[in-house]
Design a protein around this ligand. Structure first.
Ligand SMILES: NC(=O)c1ccc[n+]([C@@H]2O[C@H](COP(=O)([O-])OP(=O)(O)OC[C@H]3O[C@@H](n4cnc5c(N)ncnc54)[C@H](O)[C@@H]3O)[C@@H](O)[C@H]2O)c1
Length: 264
């Protein structure tokens, strides 16, 4: 798919971290970008910086998402690219010993459900709404391509750690969605891929640097090569390639410096 000012894109979670890097990469290539986020101030600021638009969208709410897509399309026309980075996740171990009560406790089913809603269900919501819009648009090239979707999974989908039962299961579901959705959308000329980042230097990770510098240093050292956290711009570069390369479809790609996460 040709990447440039002829097309528009929506980036969820675009106000921070990997979403922000995707916004910068796409806008740098001339694409008209709409940021969906609940972080209004930084979202508005970034949109102004790149000449894009911001919509307050909560990925957990069907109503908010549908109204966001409508606003985005009113401003920039039908998006040909969706980059879904936002996530709502909960942590927790399946069974843990609670020192306070002196008894074992399990992570409640409701907590697990919350993670599935914020990771897997929200991903389906975003991807399917984007696909429905793209389905009604004109093909962009001789392949009949109408658009592309890039999801953000995680290496946790394959090597989830202690305490990540909900998050890792949710990301596993994101990976499992990619191939059947690529097949569902094949006659419409819409591609879908997912990126599984390793450990990236985004605000949640940089917070660890503040609170626990030794742990943070260890995170970088644990990467085979390069011995550091991933740069958000490296994620943005992968987003551009997945958008641009029409032969990439139905794939989940690790972007992780060859790290394999240990149990904890
Ligand atoms: N940073 C990493 O090391 C890493 C590793 C693996 C996977 N990931 C994945 O990358 C994605 C982005 O993570 P990040 O590190 O850039 O995080 P981040 O916190 O820097 O950015 C997340 C953005 O999502 C927005 N957001 C949160 N809840 C939302 C909601 N309900 N609706 C809309 N927007 C919402 C936040 O306001 C924020 O701007 C996530 O899917 C995460 O699971 C990150």
């Amino acid at each position: 798919m040709k990447i440039g000012s002829e097309i528009s894109a929506i980036v969820t979670g675009g106000a921070s971290g990997l979403g922000r890097a995707s916004v910068l990469a796409l806008a740098g290539a001339g694409v008209k970008v709409t940021i969906f986020d609940i972080s209004d101030e930084s979202g508005e600021r970034l949109a102004a910086e790149v000449g894009g638009q911001f919509c307050h969208v909560d990925i957990m709410s069907e109503e908010s998402v549908l109204s966001g897509f409508e606003k985005a399309r009113n401003g920039h026309g039908q998006e040909r690219l969706l980059v879904h980075c936002a996530v709502v996740a909960t942590g927790g171990k399946t069974v843990r010993f609670d020192k306070k009560t002196g008894a074992y406790q399990r992570t409640a089913t409701e907590e697990f459900e919350k993670a599935m809603l914020g990771v897997a269900v929200a991903t389906y919501r975003m991807a399917s709404v984007a696909a429905l819009g793209m389905a009604g648009s004109e093909p962009l090239n001789e392949d009949g391509e109408r658009g592309a979707i890039v999801l953000t999974s995680s290496v946790a989908a394959q090597d989830g750690q202690v305490g990540q039962i909900g998050y890792a299961s949710g990301k596993g579901a994101v990976n499992a969605l990619v191939l059947p959705m690529a097949r569902d959308l094949m006659d419409l000329g819409i591609r879908i891929n997912a990126i599984m980042p390793g450990t990236f230097a985004t605000p949640p990770m940089l917070q660890v640097k503040e609170t626990n510098p030794e742990v943070f240093e260890g995170l970088g050292k644990a990467v085979p090569f390069p011995k550091r956290l991933g740069l958000p711009a490296e994620f943005g570069s992968m987003v551009l390639e997945l958008a641009r390369n029409s032969y990439m479809n139905g794939q989940c790609i690790r972007l992780d410096g060859a790290i394999r996460m240990p149990p904890k």
